[in-house]
Design a protein around this ligand. Structure first.
Ligand code: N0T
Length: 529
């Protein structure tokens, strides 16, 4: 799933609320919501305390139950291991772990108070967590002959929330000693990036303690070193028994005042320490940002930072709202995106099982993405996928498709005056004041696929300029009037991944450009070359 392989499954999913993977009723509700959205994956937590109430005695009931429900509903599954850390705290650990602070030490904060966060230098805690994960993965392996389970999340937003690092005696000793050998090696392997800059600015030291080496950011970098090494051990224990894609989700630091340990858990795989995490946790296949930002710039900035040669972009948590419904298309265009999941999926429906109005736009987005799934799996990262997103004040967009120029006009104008009113077959009452969005795939040789909401595409073959300039007709009619279309049709992909046309568009329906609404399915057009 995270390997940049062609035709990897594109996961569009819903993550249940933290307490919802326990009972039939709550899980049912989450699945109802997932079905409403027509998503393909269910993401659900497994709690360490429930899995191993007594040390060494395991209960996999939660796994069975979630798998059964998913299979009944033809859904894939992503399991989330709520182990040592969950959002920078340790609320999901078994009672026997909680009760033994000697064996499983807690983080001490700067004034020496004991927190409820388990220390990342707790060797026994790490081994216990790793043993549990290995047992869980061994069980999942047995149960997963049909590939229902796509991936496994190690911890949940690991890090320390409430202290930038552990100030306990043992941790203090390490922090005040010269940085360890493997850390030196890592620093020498760096070529650029924020952490590299910080190291340089502090004198590129290799024989000094942490504070001297990293200055202001020493606490976060130190915690990241401890956390990444810990998580690596847990992941390696799991991988050894079952090679399932493993990932770590991140409470990102691109937020508020950006103080580690206050605004976000310190030591998690934030953009500051991504290189470090990649280096020290090689058994983690993907480091994944939870993206809760509404504004486009921050959202896209986070995507860009996590999308790297050595890291596919996967968004394990985000909002099922109208902002994410737009932003995700640009992420699909720009990055290798393994999938997108929405958090708190059971809260997107009301008590009668109806999708809440504020989630409607995201439902359309899921429909659009799902209709294109085989194309996304095939063409991601090839530059053949183009995002259409109507930003504020935008009336149209221009595209250069190589052989063609494309003009996109938005139909669901968000101003009161639709720029061009045209679709004859659609009742426009329903389609007002929503931003245009969607995707265009140009496979080459004049073949286009479009799915989206509220736009139309007019194509101009570049080598056909003479015709265009001598034509007295507005170019919005061009493709049809010069008989350039070989075919324009609506349809969908079947299970085998073949496109099945349902309706051929002709006359008024094709004369005015290639138009899309979320409920017409996929539009396929082939133009003469
Ligand atoms: C998330 C969720 C859940 C714009 C919060 C997000 C989930 C956990 N944490 O509802 O608890 O289990 O992974 C932290 C987001 C920080 C807000 C960013 C400001």
């Amino acid at each position: 799933m995270f390997r940049r392989e062609k035709n990897d499954f594109f996961s569009i999913g819903g993550q249940v609320n933290n307490s919802s993977s326990q009972s039939e009723e709550t899980l049912e509700r989450a699945i109802t919501a997932i079905k409403k959205f027509e998503m393909n994956t269910l993401a659900a937590p497994l709690y360490w305390y429930q899995t191993e109430r007594e040390e060494g005695v395991y209960d996999f009931g939660q796994i069975d139950f979630i798998l059964k429900k998913a299979r009944e509903n033809q859904l894939k599954v992503v399991f989330l291991w709520f182990g040592t850390w969950k959002n920078g705290a340790s609320h999901y650990v078994p009672e026997w772990v909680r009760a033994d602070g000697k064996r499983f030490p807690w983080v001490k904060n700067a004034v020496g108070a004991t927190t409820r966060i388990l220390s990342p230098i707790g060797r026994e805690t790490m081994e216990a967590d790793g043993r549990a994960v290995a047992k869980v993965l061994a069980y999942i392996k047995e149960q997963n002959r049909d590939d229902t389970v796509l991936a496994f999340q190690i911890e949940n937003e690991p890090g320390l929330l409430g202290a930038p690092r552990d100030y306990g005696r043992e941790s203090e000793e390490i922090f005040c000693s010269e940085i360890p050998e493997d850390m030196k090696k890592f620093l020498q392997s760096l070529k650029d990036g924020e952490l590299f800059k910080i190291w340089k600015e502090n004198g590129s030291l290799l024989d000094a303690p942490w504070k001297k080496t990293f200055g202001l950011m020493a606490e976060e970098i130190f915690s990241a070193y401890c956390l990444a090494s810990y998580v690596e051990n847990v992941a390696a224990a799991g991988k050894k028994v079952y090679d399932l894609p493993l990932y770590v989700n991140v409470w990102v630091r691109e937020t508020r005042s950006r103080i580690p340990g206050i605004d976000y858990p310190s030591g998690g795989a934030t953009s500051l320490v991504l290189d470090l995490w990649k280096y020290f946790a090689p058994h983690i296949d993907c480091l994944c940002p939870d993206i809760y930002f509404d504004d486009r710039d921050t959202y896209q900035m986070v995507c860009s930072r996590y999308s790297r040669e050595d890291n596919v972009l996967y968004i394990p948590e985000s909002h099922a709202d109208e902002k994410n419904a737009l932003h995700i298309f640009e992420a699909v265009e720009k990055h290798m995106l393994a999938g997108v999941h929405c958090f708190a999926i059971d809260s997107t429906i009301d008590n009668d099982g109806n999708l809440k109005p504020e989630c409607e736009q995201f439902r359309h987005t899921v429909k659009i993405l799902a209709s294109m799934k085989p194309l996304l799996e095939k063409y991601q990262g090839t530059g053949k996928i183009y995002a259409v997103v109507q930003q504020e004040w935008m009336e149209s967009m221009f595209f250069d498709f190589g052989d063609f120029w494309g003009h996109v006009y938005f139909l669901n104008s968000i101003t009161d005056e639709p720029y061009i009113h045209l679709d004859c077959s659609h009742d426009d009452e329903e389609h007002v004041k929503v931003r245009g969005k969607g995707l265009i795939v140009y496979t080459g040789n004049g073949e286009f696929f479009l799915a989206g909401d509220g736009f139309k595409l007019v194509l101009i073959r570049k080598d056909n300029m003479e015709f265009i300039t001598s034509s007295l007709r507005g170019f919005k009619y061009l493709n049809a009037r010069n008989q350039a279309y070989k075919v324009v049709e609506e349809g969908e992909f079947n299970q085998e991944g073949d496109f099945v046309p349902k309706k051929v568009r002709c006359g008024d329906e094709s004369d005015m450009g290639l138009w899309v609404y979320y409920d017409v399915g996929l539009v396929h057009a082939v133009l003469e070359m």
